[in-house]
Design a protein around this ligand. Structure first.
Ligand SMILES: Nc1ncnc2c1ncn2[C@@H]1O[C@H](COP(=O)(O)OP(=O)(O)OP(=O)(O)O)[C@@H](O)[C@H]1O
Ligand SMILES: [Mg+2]
Length: 601
């Protein structure tokens, strides 16, 4: 039974591979057809040894020797042309499939849920999405090719063997049966080792990323040693795994060598006896032996070939694990195909959170029944202790995460009922830690709405208090800002994110600590602009600096995943509860003139 399972696993891998092969099937078949003569031509040379030996060596026909060398070189030239053509065709197919796999994997990566990126580090993503595609595609293609070349050559050579002497053929082939068991042992080992290799390689890739993006922390905390140690550990582990792979699998080739030499030895022993007794001619024997040695040569390397095929199959299996993940975006697209969901264009009535529960991990509930209403064009401020759940609440609105209980409604309809694209199109979001792309300032802003006019662009820059800064730059808007905007100050990065939200011109605005990194002057200007932006829009604003939210229509104090208090600034101050003490603590910490400072904006 285990043998059957093994076969089905192999077939399973190729059937998964087939959809990717199908567009290039004609090319692939051509590649294989070109491969066939390459293998079979080997046999011609072996086959030729018989007339050569018998006619020339034994019967001394000299004229035979004149054309044999030409034939051999001629065949080899033909073989060479075929080898080149088949390498080209197979290479094309392999690389095209790698391209398709990478493209499909990248598209899938873009659709993965936010939680997936919480759970998987960038090293794992690089390894699984970049490495595996190549290993699976080119690995399988080039190995199918090698496998088949060897297969065709083997078939032709076995033909030569049988043609020469079927007695000796039985001996030679019987010996080969001894290689089947070790192949299945090796297969199991490969699977195990590759799993560990992936973990270690991902860890190494991660470290490169950390050095690149964390180099300032690494330098200022003198972490070179620490990073080196982490690297050493992963790299040594990876080295050990590579050696384990070699140790546990590479005995396959020498083992096959030994099996082959036993076969050759037996054939020589029996063949000698048969020549002496006149059962076969010496020409037959030499031809047989040459074919046998040629047959065993690919057999010996088929060991390595087999290891690579197994590795490709493991890689392909991992790729399919990724394809099989059901993401929110996938599910949405599927639903969209069957029935178009209504688009969210504007808000007519209100946004409502109804008994919303949420947990990042099942064992730890972060939001525990949050209910509130944000009427159209109002502004809702969320304040409260750090880690209370403010950012979490607003991240549920564009469905970065799905509620685990309760509902979020827009105009009385669950947000899950609107088309996801239109929902996200309706929200301009300034995050607590904004991501900037490694490109120009202009592109980083315009990305939110590429069709925005120049006037809108200027208004966005003005509103985000960026005009002065950009005018002073020699390259202006075309200034490259580096990875994560590393060439900018924290406040400049934040203002670019605000400009991005401005230009999006969406009916819902989420500002999560949007002005926390600005100086007083910039904050004042941005606040005024935001006040403009907030007109006619439904706004969620999170701020630790309470002065920035006093004018909000409604203030929610979020503590421990619950709404501890809610009301307007005046109501909450009069209540002398959580907001009041929060306000006083912050005001006292702000300096000697708290009254003025908080009343300013
Ligand atoms: N991606 C995540 N995976 C798991 N837990 C998370 C994740 N993001 C946040 N948390 C946890 O959820 C809780 C609420 O976090 P959240 O970011 O919503 O707090 P916050 O009120 O915005 O705090 P702050 O004022 O410091 O920004 C915290 O305990 C935090 O540790
Ligand atoms: Mg937060």
């Amino acid at each position: 039974m285990p043998d059957f399972r093994k076969k089905s696993e192999f077939l399973d891998a190729y059937s998964k591979f087939y959809p990717f092969l199908r567009p290039y099937l004609a090319m692939a078949v051509l590649g294989l057809l070109l491969t066939a003569p390459v293998g079979a031509l080997d046999a011609v040379i072996a086959w030729f040894l018989k007339p050569f030996m018998d006619n020339l060596m034994v019967e001394r026909q000299e004229e035979f020797s004149r054309w044999v060398p030409f034939i051999i070189v001629g065949f080899t030239i033909i073989q060479g042309v075929f080898i080149y053509l088949s390498a080209w065709v197979n290479g094309y197919v392999g690389n095209r499939i790698t391209l398709d796999l990478r493209r499909k994997l990248f598209a899938k990566l873009l659709r993965m849920d936010t939680g997936y990126f919480d759970a998987n580090d960038s090293g794992t993503i690089l390894f699984r999405y970049f490495n595996d595609a190549e290993q699976a595609a080119t690995g399988l293609i080039s190995n199918i090719k090698l496998f088949l070349t060897k297969f065709f050559s083997s078939v032709a050579l076995v033909g030569v063997l049988i043609w020469n002497s079927w007695h000796l053929t039985i001996i030679a082939l019987a010996v080969m049966l001894f290689i089947i068991l070790p192949m299945s042992i090796v297969r199991k080992k490969i699977k195990k080792i590759m799993k560990k290799t992936m973990v270690l390689s991902s860890a190494i890739l991660n470290l490169y990323g950390e050095v690149a993006s964390g180099n300032r922390v690494i330098k200022s905390y003198n972490l070179n040693r620490h990073m080196m140690d982490s690297f050493e550990e992963a790299a040594q582990g990876s080295f050990k795994m590579s050696m384990k792979m070699i140790r546990d699998t590479n005995w396959l080739s020498p083992f096959m060598h030994i099996v082959a030499s036993v076969g050759v030895a037996l054939v020589i022993a029996c063949g000698g006896y048969m020549i002496v007794n006149g059962i076969i001619t010496s020409g037959t024997f030499v031809s047989f032996l040459a074919a046998l040695i040629m047959l065993y040569t690919p057999l010996k390397s088929i060991g390595n070939n087999y290891i690579q095929v197994q590795q490709s199959i493991v890689a392909l299996g991992r790729i399919y694990e990724i394809f099989e993940v059901q993401t929110v975006t996938d599910a949405e697209e599927l639903q969209e195909q069957s029935a178009r969901k209504p688009e969210l264009r504007e808000i007519r009535d209100a946004i409502e959170f109804r008994e919303v529960h949420f947990a990042y991990n099942p064992e730890n509930e972060v939001l525990r029944g949050v209910s509130f209403r944000a009427p159209k064009s109002s502004s809702v401020a969320l304040v409260g202790n750090s880690g209370g759940g403010k950012s979490t609440i607003v991240s549920l609105l564009p469905r970065l995460y799905e509620v685990t209980g309760g509902q979020i409604l827009i105009d009385g309809r669950d947000i899950r009922e609107y088309s996801l694209t239109s929902l996200r199109d309706s929200i301009a979001y300034v995050f607590q830690d904004n991501f900037l792309f490694n490109t120009t300032i202009e592109e980083n802003i315009r990305i939110a709405r590429p069709e925005a006019s120049d006037a809108e662009m200027r208004a966005a820059l003005e509103g985000a208090c960026l005009t002065e800064f950009i005018d002073a730059l020699p390259d202006g808007l075309s200034t490259e800002i580096g990875e994560h905007g590393t060439r900018l100050s924290g406040g400049q990065r934040q203002r670019i994110a605000i400009a991005r939200a401005f230009i999006k011109n969406a009916p819902i605005v989420i500002l999560d600590e949007a002005t926390s990194a600005l100086d007083n002057k910039a904050e004042k200007i941005v606040q005024e602009a935001l006040a403009n932006l907030m007109k006619n829009r439904t706004v969620f604003i999170i701020a630790h600096r309470l002065s920035t939210i006093e004018n909000s229509s409604r203030i929610l104090v979020i503590n421990d995943g619950r709404i501890a208090e809610e009301g307007t600034h005046e109501e909450l101050m009069a209540r002398k509860g959580a907001y009041f003490s929060l306000h006083n603590v912050k005001a006292a910490a702000a300096g000697p003139a708290p009254e003025n400072a908080t009343a300013e904006v």
